[in-house]
Design a binder for this molecule. Structure first.
Ligand SMILES: NC(=O)c1ccc[n+]([C@@H]2O[C@H](COP(=O)([O-])OP(=O)(O)OC[C@H]3O[C@@H](n4cnc5c(N)ncnc54)[C@H](OP(=O)(O)O)[C@@H]3O)[C@@H](O)[C@H]2O)c1
Length: 317
């Protein structure tokens, strides 16, 4: 292979740390394993906290595995298959795909990424690559949280914390699509945005303790953590569930309520369900801004300090 075909432009971290560790550089182009496809990345999306996760830098979700350096961040991808591994029969060069890359593998802040075929699905036709990249991780997180972990049933009241954010904006829409009645917490400036997503009520978390205004909730979807999570027990009805994506809830103060923390998993069936919601007009991913690949480090820094609605997307090509 000539040098140009063997390399690509990528953002990589050579030492564990924050955005300051990321370098835009020329890197070897990955070769797909038998069960993988090589994807020409069109857009990638990033998530706050990602550079602090053990799985971003090691071979395990909990950090017990060995360091994996250098790493390519950004696990949310949309692009086009350019090569299929020898054992892949359901994806072909030219297919437009999106998905969540396993956390312990290199990500999509690069011109190419090798991804297990089983975790990719066809890009929703009505979305461009920016929208599809923005959908993958927050959509799957909200879907798995509400369906698999909370067992949401139609008519349930759902309280979504962090409803204007990447995951929260998906959770509001998916809960509504599943027949839930949504109450949301968000900053006052985001109240109209969150109402437009389908929330029946929006509580400004900067102005009022939500527990003064909410009671008898079937499901709390917690994308904020900390004190917000701890105070959430008080608003659950008997039999209610507190689902957190930020940290494991402490012990339930009541035998009738329970808490669960989970980490989203790559999931083709979930992507297909999300795609159906998008195509039926019930789910829209929100892109706050699109930045070029070479500005990835700045984009990660912005995630931690700037107000946003929805996702930051890296435009790769
Ligand atoms: N376990 C998993 O599988 C998983 C998956 C995805 C994400 N996560 C984690 O989940 C968290 C949320 O992710 P994200 O991508 O949705 O983040 P995000 O886009 O930054 O959204 C967080 C939202 O929470 C709002 N917020 C902050 N404090 C609040 C409060 N006290 N009450 C209500 N809302 C509040 C923020 O609003 P302001 O702009 O007003 O601050 C922002 O809109 C992050 O910690 C991320 O690492 C975990």
């Amino acid at each position: 292979m000539d040098t140009e075909l063997a390399t690509m432009r990528a953002v990589r971290g050579h030492r564990r740390g924050g955005p300051e560790r990321l370098k835009y550089e020329v890197a070897p182009r990955p070769a797909p394993a038998a069960d993988e496809v090589l994807v020409a990345v069109r857009s990638a999306a990033i998530t706050s906290g990602e550079l602090a996760w053990d799985a971003t830098w090691t071979n395990s979700l909990d950090g017990t595995g060995s360091l994996r350096l250098p790493i390519v961040p950004a696990k949310e991808v949309s692009g086009q298959v350019v090569e299929a591994g020898s054992a892949v029969h359901d994806l072909h060069p030219g297919d437009e795909v999106f998905g969540l890359i396993p956390f312990t593998q290199d990500g999509a802040a690069a011109e190419f990424t090798a991804v297990p075929a089983a975790v990719l699905a066809a890009k929703p036709p009505s979305l461009d690559h920016d929208g599809a990249a923005a959908l993958a991780l927050p959509g799957l997180t909200a879907w798995q949280g509400l369906v698999r972990h909370a067992g949401l049933t139609p008519g349930d009241t759902v309280l979504v914390h962090g409803a204007a954010g990447g995951v929260g904006s998906m959770a509001v829409q998916i809960a509504v699509a599943l027949g839930g009645k949504v109450i949301a917490t968000a900053a006052g400036q985001d109240a109209e945005f969150v109402r437009a997503l389908g929330a029946e009520r929006v509580i400004d978390y900067t102005a009022q303790p939500f527990e003064d205004a909410v009671a008898d909730v079937g499901v709390v979807f917690d994308a904020v953590g900390g004190d917000t999570q701890a105070r959430s027990w008080h608003v659950l009805r008997s039999g209610g569930t507190l689902v957190s994506i930020v940290s494991p809830p402490g012990p339930s103060p009541s035998p009738d309520t329970h808490g669960v923390f989970f980490v989203v998993e790559p999931d083709r069936a979930g992507l297909i369900a999300l795609s159906e919601l998008v195509e039926s007009g019930r789910l829209t991913p929100y892109v706050d801004r699109v930045v070029p690949l070479q500005d990835t480090a700045g984009a990660y820094a912005a995630l931690e300090r700037e107000h946003r609605r929805g996702k930051i997307v890296l435009r790769v090509s």
